[in-house]
Design a protein around this ligand. Structure first.
Ligand code: SIN
Ligand code: FE2
Length: 302
């Protein structure tokens, strides 16, 4: 897997998904869209339609209408809960996010001919410690990403079918958008166009986390036991029995990222809950950024 740095905090993985995996993901997404049909988002206040259509999967979905931008647990037209995020999509998050909790939202953007996405920030999430993971299918999109202030220099990236892009840390609140598609660059979608998935963690997880660069293991105090650790990452419960008998240092070396911020001696894992807060001091990979007042989100949809 080739990892291309784009701007600090943003990494591009061109050709992450094989052609076969892309085709099977499109079939999976057709199923998602049968359960949660594409809808036409509107700009807040003005009601101008976006040029992309959208849907979501996950426990929360991003929507936009005259009332504003928000996450909600149900489809705005059917009123039904969003379908769950398919396992093949969760696997991409687990592989590239370096974040120990699952995403809650997978926004599906459908770009037809002429669709674009104006420069904007993804800033409706409570948990800015998690990166945004983007996956592209179909025609190449001329994507660009810059810094955290509007109007700054941007770096263009041609996001082709199967590409994955991760932006977190210093790039978590970076302005980004899609200028246009390059028609005829893919035959994956039978009528052309492009699908982009963005995976986001929306709420702060229950457990404090400490992430670390892979080469600087974060060891637990010598002699601490794996059984004193909180539950491991959701979706990795299979690790727990395997690790329960090992010493804490081995657990830290294997998992490397999760422990309670306060763990009173002898407390059970449930007694430790909730220990909120993201530890940023020890983390050079995804330091949370302050949100400044002048970074109002805006999407243009011409
Ligand atoms: C988005 O920022 O929501 C979509 C980005 C893309 O389509 O690549
Ligand atoms: Fe975005």
């Amino acid at each position: 897997m080739t990892a291309v740095p784009v701007v600090p905090g943003c990494t591009w993985y061109p050709g992450y998904l094989s052609a076969a995996d892309q085709a099977s993901l499109v079939a999976t997404l057709r199923d998602v869209m049968r359960q949660a049909p594409l809808f036409q988002p509107l700009m807040p206040r003005t009601g101008t339609p976006f040029s992309v259509r959208m849907t979501n999967c996950g426990s929360l979905g991003w929507v936009s209408d005259r009332a504003g931008y928000r996450y909600q647990p149900h489809h705005p037209e059917t009123g039904m809960p969003w379908p769950p995020i398919p396992a093949s999509i969760l696997a991409v998050w687990e592989a590239v996010s370096a974040y120990p909790h699952p995403p809650e939202a997978c926004l599906v953007n459908w770009y037809g001919p002429g669709a674009r996405m104006g420069l904007h920030q993804d800033r409706d999430e409570e948990d800015l410690a998690a990166p945004v993971v983007s996956l592209s299918l179909g025609e190449t999109g001329l994507f660009r990403i810059g810094g955290t202030t509007r109007g700054g220099r941007t770096v263009p990236v041609k996001l082709a079918s199967g590409d994955v892009l991760v932006f977190g840390g210093a790039a978590r609140l970076a302005y980004h958008g899609v200028d246009r598609l390059l028609p005829g660059t893919s035959t994956l979608l039978k009528d052309g166009g492009r699908i982009n998935l963005t995976l986001r963690r929306v709420t702060k997880p229950d457990w404090a986390i400490t992430t670390r660069p892979a080469d600087t293991p974060r060891l637990l105090p010598h002699g601490s036991r794996a059984t004193a650790l909180p539950p491991l990452v959701e979706g990795r419960d299979w690790l727990k029995p395997a690790l329960a008998g090992c010493c804490g240092q081995l657990v830290a070396a294997l998992t490397g990222f999760i422990r309670p911020s306060t763990a009173p001696a002898g407390s059970s894992t449930t007694a430790m809950r909730p220990t909120l807060g993201i530890s940023s001091g020890a983390c050079s990979t995804w330091p949370p950024l302050p949100v400044t007042a002048d970074t109002a989100r805006s999407r243009s949809s011409t």
